[in-house]
Ligand binder design. Sequence first.
Ligand code: DOR
Ligand code: ZN
Ligand code: ZN
Length: 354
Amino acid sequence: MDAIRLPGLVDVHVHLREPGYEHKETLRTGTQAALAGGITTVLEMPNTSPPTATLDLLRNKTQRAATSVVCDVGFFLGATRDTDPLATAAAAPHACGLKIYVSETFGSLRLDDLAQLMAFFRAWPGPGPIAVHAEGLTLATCLALAQLYGQRLHVCHVSRRSEIELIRRAKQHGAAVTCEVTPHHLWLCEDDLPRLATRGQMKPPLASAADRAALWAHLDVIDCFATDHAPHSLAEKNSPQSPPGVPGLETMLPLLLTAVYEGRLTLDDIIARLHTNPTRIFHLPISASTWVDVDPHAVYDVPDRGFQTLCDWSPFSGFTVHGAVRQVALRNQIVFADGAVRAAPGCGRVLANL
Ligand code: DOR
Ligand code: ZN
Ligand code: ZN
């Protein structure tokens, strides 16, 4: 049967690792992986080295991106212990949002001091939301702070029953909160840990099968699907000190199309969570001449190697998926076709107003 044309798809949670960790991923390889996965815009997280914490560092990142990215990219600013929240606020118009790590993570961006959290929630002027890595009790803290300081809150990678239930409750009470769920928390659970071994290390960790089922049961509360694409080299992942994170850009859309094949999702569910809601929440430009063609009837097994991502592995290797990315166009230019990236470095747009 014919391919299906989807609008430009957005992954609102991606780690591209440049500057500082170019052996894991670069702006170029990460955005190539996005195109191969049918994603035309990625929003990049600030936990690079140095972290994207000031206007100068944001400018440095956008300058690198201007000549290297092959899909559109927006950048989050990061809150750190050492930055003045007012300086962060000054850079806000050029970022897609402010990211605050309140729970344990990779890198040094965790904030666990209430006074500092309050200062960032007080100072952030928008227009992007505050996105939080907040698990368990810290999620309740962030929901309260967002309410008290009148902020829009975006909750990253919800993974547990209690968390999705709390977000449902907050929405019922009119809170300005949105959330995302990753493919790894929808498809994997702690039963997969023996197979994945140290590679299964991630934050939030894989949860129970009951938590995973709760995410599917509360699909209507989930605003976005997002990969939390967190590449680390295979050598790093196979070591006893495996850093947290798994890649996901090249497998999210095939997995979601598989759920459509199985009758667990509709195509409209995917379009809402990878296009309509992300563009609304993060005020992203939409172009009708940016699109993704998928073949919903292609069946294949996720390979072990041969990905565009520099880390070149997947926690989903061996999974049989129903649905493949055939062609991707960015503003009328074919940038991915026949399994190959055809985009010149720099053809992606940097969404930073700088
Ligand atoms: O698994 C994770 N990986 N969780 C995080 O919070 C950070 C991310 C990374 O940057 O590797
Ligand atoms: Zn996180
Ligand atoms: Zn992340």
